[in-house]
Design a protein around this ligand. Sequence first.
Ligand code: PLP
Length: 381
Amino acid sequence: MPCFDHNATTPLAPAARAAWLLASDGAWANPSSPSRAAARVKLQLDAARARLAEFLGTAPARLVFNSGATEGANAVFAHWAHTLSPGATLALNPTEHPCVLAAARAHFGDRIVWLAPDGDGMVRPGPLADLLARHGAAAVAVMAANNETGVLQPWREIADLCRRAGTPLLCDATQWFGKLPAAGLHEADWVLGSAHKFGGPKGVGFLQAAPQADGFHGQLGGAQENGHRAGTENFPGIAAMLAALEEAETSKVLFETERLAWRDGFARAVAAAVPGTTVVAAGAERLWNTVSLLLPHGENHRWVARLDRRDFQVSTGSACATGKAGSSHVLAALGLDPAAARRVVRVSACWETTAADWTALAAAFGAVAPEVQPADNVAEI
Ligand code: PLP
């Protein structure tokens, strides 16, 4: 049965697996070694960087291969903490991923100015422009696509106004890459990406650094990654990541319209099968693969467990928040009270998900609805 928890992670795409095996067997030399074999790996590494740069429309020198978005977020905030003037403030979107929020809090603490997204969780460029004009901010962080609701932020407009204000922008595009075209993301100064969200391996990703980031050192040590991140490059992982992105960019991101229709048809079918169900952030532009359902009854973990027994994997929200007490900070920022937030189930498809898979999942919601009664009506199992 199909998995609908792909915002948590994706399986390795066949093209990525092939690229990983090829690089592991034939390009395992350390690209910093003096041998000819190493020089060949270095050439391939440079080619991968150049190809990634083409997708973003950026300069290859701005791209730093790393272990993923969490590392990138931590590195950017540490860099800002070292390089921005003392007392500098950060304008931060409250629906960011926990890796951005935690790193921001660690380095900026009470110097964070919280942005106020609208009821759908969108950061409107107008109020942000006012904030920058009236109070100023030394840096801004707004993501491209939300991992829980799928809401797309107007990052092009936000990048534009940040550039005009001379304020660096961090855009976490982890959920955007592979689902929508990467073109134009160079307009944000700093961009986070992670291979395992788009069919690449886990533990590899990249950071686009700002154009003038000579002093940026994500990790100290050797001079790898143009001096921006020490440590031997994971070339097989990088090759696999590029193979996955190549496939997504050249064929998969093209079918968005059809997939949006499947997503919305699914939401209507669940609402018909489980009356009272609504879609969180229904008024916003959202990723074609993500639906955050607010169900009329039953705690979300019950729905998740019952659907799992029928072999449908869905989730209660961000995988990073699983097991944590309390409800989602994203849903709280959208104004959902904690009781409602505990009735939210996140459904996130992948490229291989078919219309029939969406239909089957909607039917499964209808089938488990009678079993998922309010907590005081059923024995805990
Ligand atoms: N940012 C977003 C929006 C995410 O969805 C995730 C993964 O859940 C991350 C960052 C963290 O990515 P990584 O697993 O590469 O550290």
